[in-house]
Design a protein around this ligand. Structure first.
Ligand code: CP
Ligand code: NVA
Length: 310
């Protein structure tokens, strides 16, 4: 879609169902080309700056490799080495970087930082995870579900655990793509009510739905997809102990998974804490597709970069 050129990718909320579906289809096409060894270099001579204020394995490697495969070049920019670390403003950083780069990916804490960066930059800005959302992961995840199930609309996805960045992007994606989503989280760890409200409004238009509950069994009942994430996200490590108590009855294990459909897909954005949010038996069992998800980060982000920066 020509309309995606020059856009930012800050959240799925900003994209129509058609645009999201276009990106997923492009990701599948680019994946096919890469596996067949066919050239696909729409970003020849282009550069992507990647600002990291938090750790990363998948996001960093998949963006860097993806940019290379598209014919371009990616720069890994750690907060510790940038002048941001010494107090240079996001606005000045955005304007400076726009003079060198064709796109900027950023992983940071406050979502505000990404919005400010996008406001100051004249090149596309891609959200590589904030405390609020992780749209690149959700895009890759719905690509993965489509590949495995052959459809998206009408499926049921259950998320068990922390109402964090990951569930926010999954909720918005489910709403835009017509899935039924059920989220089970303990009191005090609900998803952001605003994201839930916004997701519900979007779900109305696609035939999807959103259920929020405290009951993990109710959420997982009859689910096609079962998703979980760590109990303490990056930046919340100090709360690990209290969160282990709060989430104790929210582990995705064999007993809970019995309530899902027999052929359910188990998904996790990774990194995982085996024995906490998920049992070893489930994450390493036959229903788990965690590494297909991880692989699709590469293909989905190549689609985003090709569409926005091509
Ligand atoms: N899922 C994900 O974003 O992984 P990284 O933190 O390793 O990038
Ligand atoms: N919710 C996790 C996701 C990591 C990819 C975090 O923010 O740490």
């Amino acid at each position: 879609a020509a309309s995606l050129k020059g856009r930012d990718f800050l959240g799925l909320v900003d994209y129509t169902p058609e645009e999201i579906r276009y990106l997923i289809d492009l990701a599948i096409d680019l994946k096919k080309k890469q596996k067949a060894g066919e050239g696909h270099q729409p970003l020849k001579g282009k550069t992507l700056g990647m600002i990291f204020e938090k750790s990363s394995t998948r996001t960093r490697v998949s963006f860097e490799v993806g940019m290379y495969q598209l014919g371009g070049h990616a720069l890994f920019l750690s907060k510790n080495d940038l002048q941001i670390g010494r107090g240079e403003s996001i606005m000045d950083t955005a304007q400076t970087m726009s003079r060198y780069l064709d796109g900027i990916m950023i992983r940071t804490y406050a979502h505000r930082t990404v919005i400010d960066l996008a406001r100051g930059a004249t090149v596309p800005v891609i959200n590589g995870l904030t405390d609020r959302s992780h749209p690149c992961q959700a895009l890759a995840d719905y690509q993965t579900v489509l590949e495995k199930k052959g459809k998206l609309a009408g499926l049921k996805i259950a998320y068990i655990g922390d109402g964090n960045n990951m569930v926010h992007s999954l909720m918005m994606g489910a709403a835009k793509l017509g899935l039924h989503m059920a989220v089970a989280s303990p009191e005090g760890y609900d998803p952001d009510p605003e994201v839930a409200k916004n997701s519900r409004e979007n779900a109305v238009k696609t035939g999807g739905s959103l259920l929020l509950t405290r009951d993990a069994k109710e959420a997982i009942d009859g689910a096609d997809v079962v998703y979980t994430d760590v109990w303490a996200s990056m930046g919340f490590e100090a709360e690990q102990k209290e969160r282990e108590l709060a989430f104790a009855s929210y582990q995705v294990n064999e007993e809970l998974a019995r309530y899902a459909k027999k052929d359910f897909l188990f998904m996790h954005c990774l990194p995982a804490h085996r024995g906490e949010e998920v049992s070893e038996g489930v994450i390493d069992g036959p229903n788990s597709i965690i590494f297909d998800q991880a692989e699709n980060r590469l293909h989905a982000q190549k689609a985003v970069m090709a569409a926005l920066m091509g």
